[in-house]
Design a protein around this ligand. Structure first.
Ligand code: ZN
Length: 369
């Protein structure tokens, strides 16, 4: 190091900064910090007010309601006709977009209190060869209830039709941005996971629940990533696992379950405040109503558990308390809060854009009025 001129120092700095594997020194020993550690220091971008206004002009609650949510509002417990139609709906929606989603299915059989049953997770990934992924996840199955004497059916509007519809709406509204995402940050991408079999079929136990997430977490742990890697697997690729559940009721409040991801809940709060100040949020009298990183909440058993137990970092977006209609026949479209859903759509879309370091696309001037 004795004879390095300033220009060489600059070159050395850039070489280290962009090599993908950072070289550090601990006690004089050269150590390598793997790409898997990049999530710990990840910095989101902050969009300007005009960028936010421009990109949020693409989200449309009425369109989401008709195109994404209504097809999900059917009984869709594993192996039902409704489950098959919902799977088809998710796959055809993602397949119709231009961003280039690679859609995979994880079909497997598992023992249940009713005997062996088939389950199917759906995983959609942008640029699958990218090292790191921000994951958004929901469960698409609804809880099974035996036929009711008065003909009522359990529809699970908040549990979890709305979260799945929010993810489809996000993919649709950000389609143009996601198409060029690789240019913004070639090492980071987006993955959407739609789990089957979250609900207990008879009664919640460690074996009668979380069928889809238990299977997929195990499978991802056993799948090398990048392909051919010896020491890293698809779980290492997950920067942050954002699980959406029980969303759609009025006045949701999200508290802090995991100190190691509290900064991302704080980020959500920051976005909520910015969108409030821009006048983007409906029926939202105070600048903070939804996200409370300073309020600790207890653990909840949900699809994140098999991932949490394997060391994945979790942001669990589930309200405290649960919606009052939880696991009742009143968890229906009529009891949803449209303003809260629209507001959360906007907050989530800005969160994803900023996490992925994306800039909204400038509209084609030829399309301008
Ligand atoms: Zn449930």
């Amino acid at each position: 190091m004795a004879d390095i001129r300033p220009c060489q120092l600059l070159y050395l700095f850039y070489a280290v900064a962009f090599c993908g594997i950072c070289i550090g020194h601990i006690n004089g020993q050269r150590t390598q910090v793997l790409w898997t550690q990049a999530k710990l220091n990840h910095r989101p971008t902050t969009l300007s007010s005009s960028d936010i206004t421009r990109v949020l002009s693409h989200t449309d609650l009425n369109q989401m309601w008709q195109r994404d949510l209504r097809p999900l509002l059917v009984p869709r417990y594993p192996n039902s006709a409704g489950s098959l139609s919902v799977q088809q709906h998710i796959k055809s929606t993602l397949g119709s977009l231009t961003a280039g989603w690679a859609v995979q299915e994880d079909r497997f059989e598992s023992h249940t209190p009713y005997g062996p049953m088939t389950f199917n997770n759906i995983i959609a990934t942008l640029n699958p060869s990218t090292q790191r992924r921000l994951v958004l996840a929901c469960h698409y199955d609804s809880k099974y209830y035996p036929p009711q004497w008065d003909g009522r059916e359990f529809l699970g509007a908040t549990d979890s039709a709305v979260p799945c519809a929010m993810m489809l709406e996000l993919a649709r509204a950000l389609d143009q941005e996601l198409k060029t995402q690789e240019d913004s940050n070639p090492k980071l991408s987006l993955q959407l996971i739609f789990f089957d079999g979250e609900e207990a079929l008879f009664q919640w136990t460690s074996t009668d629940s979380l069928y889809g997430s238990r299977h997929l977490a195990q499978k991802m742990e056993n799948t090398a990533h990048p392909p051919g890697a010896k020491d890293t697997n698809e779980l290492h690729a997950i920067d942050l696992f954002v699980l959406l559940d029980l969303i759609g009721g009025p006045s949701p409040r999200f508290g802090n379950q995991f100190p190691n991801t509290a900064r991302w809940l704080t980020r959500m709060q920051n976005i909520e405040r910015r969108l409030h100040n821009l006048g983007q949020l409906k029926d939202h009298p105070n600048d903070i109503q939804y996200f409370w990183p300073g309020i600790p909440v207890g653990p909840v058993q949900d699809d994140h558990m098999p991932f949490l137990n394997r060391g994945v970092r979790i942001l669990h977006l589930i309200p405290t308390p649960f919606p009052s209609v939880w696991h009742s026949f009143d968890d229906t479209e009529q009891n949803l809060d449209r303003s809260a859903i629209e507001n959360l759509n906007k907050i989530l879309q800005v969160f994803v854009l900023e996490y992925l370091n994306m800039k909204p696309q400038v509209e084609n001037p030829q399309n301008a009025p």
